[in-house]
Design a protein around this ligand. Structure first.
Ligand code: TMP
Length: 219
């Protein structure tokens, strides 16, 4: 039997301008209409301490941090977010919808920078330190050509948090390939959704997946 009230941890991933925030808001509205309690959150950020770290990470020049420092800052923010926001929300019985999570670290700090296997193992080890075996129940990877996505995200006015948008196109192509590799390596958890389409069609695909997985059913 489908138990839509069972707490779920669902993450939304993808490159710049893939439309994650729009899809999260559409899903939140659909769940709220069905009476499902929802915690909407994001990374980096999602708790007061992690939001402070977000400012450090996303503002400033592309060379503001070296790769290791950046990885440690994302991990520190994630630990605070898990402890202060995600675990308590799940314990209260809420669905947690999170705009980016650990796959973004693998894609941006790993594949984006072209990390070798040894560094990738270290990135995984760090995640294990902060979260153990805890993982999202489901991850939507919104896939879009980075040239299209960057055009969309750079068109947003007043976006001062663009350290990663400012990386060169090779970085963005690497991270797109990285997200697709993550999906192949964890097919039970990850679903790739083509994102260069009408947001209403994308939302319908997301709802179809939730129903197929037994997470959601119409009343
Ligand atoms: P966003 O809120 O617009 O998605 O911006 C968050 C930025 O942070 C985005 O450029 C991706 C980047 N990021 C990483 O590089 N690593 C991570 O682990 C996370 C969560 C985000």
């Amino acid at each position: 039997m489908v138990q839509i009230k069972k707490p779920r941890f669902i993450t939304f991933e993808g490159g710049e301008g893939a439309g994650k925030s729009t899809q999260i808001r559409l899903l939140q509205a659909a769940l709220a209409a069905a009476g499902v309690p929802v915690c909407l959150t994001r990374e980096p950020g999602g708790s007061p301490g992690a939001e402070e770290i977000r400012t450090l990470l996303l503002k400033g020049g592309v060379d503001r941090w070296d790769a290791v420092t950046e990885l440690l800052l994302f991990s520190a923010a994630r630990r605070d977010h898990l402890v202060k926001t995600i675990y308590p929300a799940l314990a209260r019985g809420e669905w947690v919808l999170c705009d980016r999570f650990y796959d973004s670290t693998l894609a941006y700090q790993g594949y984006g920078y072209g990390c070798d296997d040894e560094k990738m193992r270290a990135v995984n080890g760090l995640y294990h330190l902060i979260a153990g075996d805890f993982k999202p129940d489901l991850t939507f990877i919104l896939d879009i050509d980075p040239r299209v996505g960057l055009q969309r995200s750079k068109g947003r006015t007043g976006n001062a948090e663009q350290r990663f948008e400012d990386m060169d196109i090779t970085f963005h192509e690497n991270l797109r390939r990285g997200f697709l590799k993550i999906a192949v390596s964890d097919p039970h958890r990850c679903v790739v959704i083509p994102a260069d389409r009408d947001p209403v069609l994308i939302a319908a695909d997301i709802m179809r997946v939730l129903k197929e997985k037994g997470f959601y059913a119409d009343a």
